[in-house]
Design a protein around this ligand. Structure first.
Ligand code: C2E
Ligand code: CA
Ligand code: CA
Length: 577
């Protein structure tokens, strides 16, 4: 693989996806003699490199040999569209045009050439056409940015953008949200500050919002006192809730105009694709209607067109506010679930699991509040509290005579976003003065995927302190154990879904067998989670699984109950001797 091309705009940056190096050279040679193009072409022969390249370098045109895909041509084209942010794809195939080209363009290819007729002229023409078209569309977007900056409003461009975003969402199966924001009492603002100054105020507001939004979200001014935000790649309603939260927070801070601070409020209407429609007109009309409903509430307020979403967003935002208090108000508690060594039947360790005593709702489980904590970033302070608490209990357990008991703590992917993570964890364990070899951090593959290099560095630094790592929910992700060989992982936890499928599906047995034998060959221990029955236990014992965790032995329990549980087990062990 060659290095990514430089970013001079006068040079065409081409990505060539073909398994054959000879084809790559041939295509480059076809372009070489064209006086109008100077190009930098990159050869990419396999899928792994392809993903890496697309995400880390930018290209103007992608040339794609149709035999290059991971099994499904149309899915691959969709992937290319999303990953490259809609760069034009020129498809090359051995089959004659006609029907083939219809199918390919329906799936998203920008142009199609049949290999038999491929010559210098047709290839250069197709590549140049796509490149010029790409440059035109980029300059239109650039122009749009300038128009927003100067307060110029262009509804056609806005509709065009929304249309493109909707097509992308449809292709990728994503949701999309359109936020329509209208500043309250803008007429009053106009009267007190004059037209030009009020315009500046809108500009400041747009700038502030832009800073708070993600890079993929586009913000436009669509009226004198109106802004619209297209939120793409929405996974679930939590994503939208977080954006609304940011917008509402941004509106809370006063803006300054002529050295004076001006407090404004706004009403927000939200319409989502597919719930509220699939055309730009429909979405805008419904977001607008929701905005008018929001106007009925005093101050900054929001409304979803979809009632169910409105309820769930309100619920999540309240949950988040309550969670903030929970950490301060000591409403969080750790429960401990023992992990039993199958060979000795001893309790090897405990997994620390969060519980929240909500003042009104009673005990709330982590599956409900951890996602909210992750999206809002609250998981970072909560995560440190969990480690602190676990260290405290670790210290106590040694004093009570349960020496050697391992304490496992869950680490969320979002905690890796905190660039001071290793430093902070180091400080916590240093202050607690605990034996770090008894502290284990559980993480999932997705935590490692987000920024693998940084995550690996964190793991290495922490493992130098003596902390060990377990891979949680194993089998549900994508990576294979051998990919993880270079990571300091000493344990994998087989996801409970496999254990619970034992006896119901032959696949579960095969998967568990394979995980155990592969892990053992890499000197990695295995814990099976979610063991509830004797027969599950027996199967795992036969497969030489090292440890098990599950309701069969014990449910997660408060600290005092754990102490009793441990004492009881110790006593019965003494009696047996
Ligand atoms: P997890 O890490 O996979 O934790 C194991 C979950 O399985 C726990 O659910 C546990 O109560 C449950 N479990 C254990 N044995 C059995 C069994 O035999 N049958 C069944 N059906 N379930 C069993 P819990 O406590 O509700 O926690 C859910 C998830 O919340 C955890 O899944 C973990 O991902 C997350 N979580 C909990 N505490 C923390 C925390 O402190 N930090 C972070 N980041 N995540 C946490
Ligand atoms: Ca876990
Ligand atoms: Ca798990």
């Amino acid at each position: 693989m060659t290095l990514p091309p430089d970013t001079r705009p006068d040079r065409l940056r081409l990505l060539m996806l073909t398994p054959e190096y000879a084809d790559f050279l041939w295509l480059c040679a076809l372009l070489d003699d064209d006086p109008e193009i100077s190009s930098d072409a990159i050869w990419c022969p396999d899928l792994v490199d392809c993903d890496d390249l697309i995400r880390n370098a930018s290209f103007d045109v992608i040339v794609w040999d149709c035999i290059f895909h991971g099994g499904d041509e149309s899915a691959f084209l969709q992937y290319l569209a999303v990953a490259s942010e809609d760069k034009p794809v020129l498809a090359l195939s051995a089959e004659p045009c006609g029907e083939r080209s219809t199918v390919l363009s329906r799936n998203g290819a920008a142009d199609y050439l049949c290999r038999q007729n491929l010559d210098r002229w047709s290839f250069c023409r197709a590549v140049k056409y796509l490149w010029y078209r790409e440059q035109l569309s980029e300059s239109a977007h650039g122009q749009l940015g300038r128009e927003v900056a100067t307060g110029f409003i262009n509804r056609d461009l806005f509709f065009d953008r929304l249309q493109q975003a909707l097509l992308r969402a449809e292709r990728a199966g994503h949701r999309l949200a359109l936020l329509h924001l209208n500043v309250d009492d803008f007429r009053n603002i106009n009267e007190s500050f004059g037209y030009q100054r009020s315009d500046q105020l809108m500009f400041r507001l747009a700038e502030r919002l832009r800073q708070k939004l993600r890079r993929v979200d586009s913000l436009m001014r669509i009226g004198g006192d109106e802004l619209a935000v297209i939120v793409e790649k929405v996974e679930d309603s939590l994503d939208i809730t977080q954006i609304i939260r940011k917008v509402v927070l941004a509106l809370d801070e006063p803006l300054t105009l002529d050295g004076k601070s001006v407090v404004i409020s706004a009403s927000l209407g939200v319409a989502t694709y597919p719930e509220a429609g699939d055309s730009p007109e429909e979405l805008l009309r419904r977001a607008n209607r929701a905005m008018f409903e929001a106007k009925r509430d005093a101050g900054t307020s929001y409304r979803f067109y979809d009632r169910q979403l409105h309820i769930s967003a309100g619920y999540q935002l309240r949950l988040e506010a309550d969670l903030r208090n929970a950490l301060r108000g000591k409403e969080l508690e750790l429960y401990y679930q023992p992990r039993i060594d199958l060979a000795t039947e001893e309790v090897r360790g405990v997994e620390c699991l969060l519980r929240w005593h909500h003042p009104e709702r009673g005990l709330v489980g982590p599956d409900e509040f951890i996602p909210v904590a992750e999206r809002s970033g609250l998981i970072v302070p909560i995560g440190y509290w969990v480690i602190e608490q676990a260290c405290k209990r670790l210290q106590e357990s040694a004093e009570m005579g349960f020496a050697g008991l391992v304490f496992a703590v869950n680490l969320s992917f979002r905690q890796f976003h905190d660039r001071k993570m290793t430093e902070t964890i180091f400080r916590i364990i240093f202050n607690a003065n605990v034996d770090t070899s008894l502290l284990e951090l559980e993480l999932t593959e997705s935590a490692m995927m987000h920024d693998p290099e940084y995550a690996q560095r964190c793991l290495r630094e922490l493992s130098q302190l003596g902390i060990s790592f377990a891979l949680d929910d194993f089998g549900t992700g994508f990576s294979s154990l051998s990919n993880l060989q270079h990571l300091p992982i000493s344990l994998v936890k087989i996801d409970k879904s496999f254990v619970q499928d034992l006896g119901k599906s032959a696949d579960a047995e095969h998967i568990i067998r394979a995980i155990i034998s592969l892990a053992h060959s890499l000197q990695i221990s295995v814990v099976a989670e979610g063991v509830e029955t004797e027969s599950q236990l027996e199967f795992l014992r036969q497969q030489h699984c090292d440890e098990i965790q599950g309701y069969y032995f014990a449910r997660p329990m408060p600290w005092d109950d754990l102490v009793k549980f441990m004492n009881r087990r110790n006593q019965s062990a003494c009696l047996q001797q």
